[in-house]
Design a protein around this ligand. Sequence first.
Ligand code: NAD
Length: 250
Amino acid sequence: MNLSNRVAIVTGGGRGIGRTIALKLAEVGATVVVNDIGEASPVGSVAEEIKAMGGQSLAVLADVSSSSDVARLVEETIAAYGKVDILVNNAGIARDQLIIRMSDEDWDRVLSVNLKGAFLCARAVLRHMIKQRWGRIISIASIVGLVGNPGQANYASAKAGIIGFTRTVAKEVAARGITANAIAPGFIDTEMTQRLEEDWKQQLKKQIPLGYFGSPCDVAEAVAFLASEEARYITGQVLSVDGGMAGAWL
Ligand SMILES: NC(=O)c1ccc[n+]([C@@H]2O[C@H](COP(=O)([O-])OP(=O)(O)OC[C@H]3O[C@@H](n4cnc5c(N)ncnc54)[C@H](O)[C@@H]3O)[C@@H](O)[C@H]2O)c1
């Protein structure tokens, strides 16, 4: 895999899976614009790490659920590097609660960041990708969007929405040389899952055929492949990176 001369935007790249994706894309040659939200985000240090590896990188703070922030993210990318080839919609949040106790705010915020954010970023980059007749849109969904999960109605709906959105993007822009795919991680060892109680983690591991949580690298390797020229004939797909977990349920 060689992504030299490719420019990628990775949303939510300050930590966890997004950070690992940003570093992986840089390792295989891409210039990476690392996005995250909030002044306290370590997004600048990810960009510095890429530069220290000899790569090119820029950190842009922006809220993916805000269309003006997303417009600025893409404008800054074009101003710095002249194009955008790869978008990784990774930014995501969870606000778990049983449906009967879920507030309107928790529903709206999770849908806004995880689903509307992916739409806003895709819309903003597609104009540029269509002109150059090449692009890759890779969105991080979740096993939960395929099989559901108690306490995660908002998150599961957003992630299932990502899958329908991805299949639609794939059909709308296939003729322009652009592919769109989703990755559905299972349980990956990040801050999001480190918050789970230990006995719950042990129970979950029993449901994973491979028997352990994945690492952010497992997701990043799949993203790098889908972003590559070698994956040109793959579009509209959902790739599970879950140790076999979804297969055990579906
Ligand atoms: N960890 C898992 O087991 C797992 C499983 C399936 C899917 N996922 C998905 O993978 C992605 C990354 O998850 P993670 O575990 O690394 O989570 P994380 O919480 O460690 O990282 C998410 C990043 O997104 C950023 N972010 C949040 N809201 C944002 C916004 N509005 N604009 C820009 N950035 C924003 C956060 O600041 C954070 O840096 C998410 O979409 C998540 O839903 C994670």
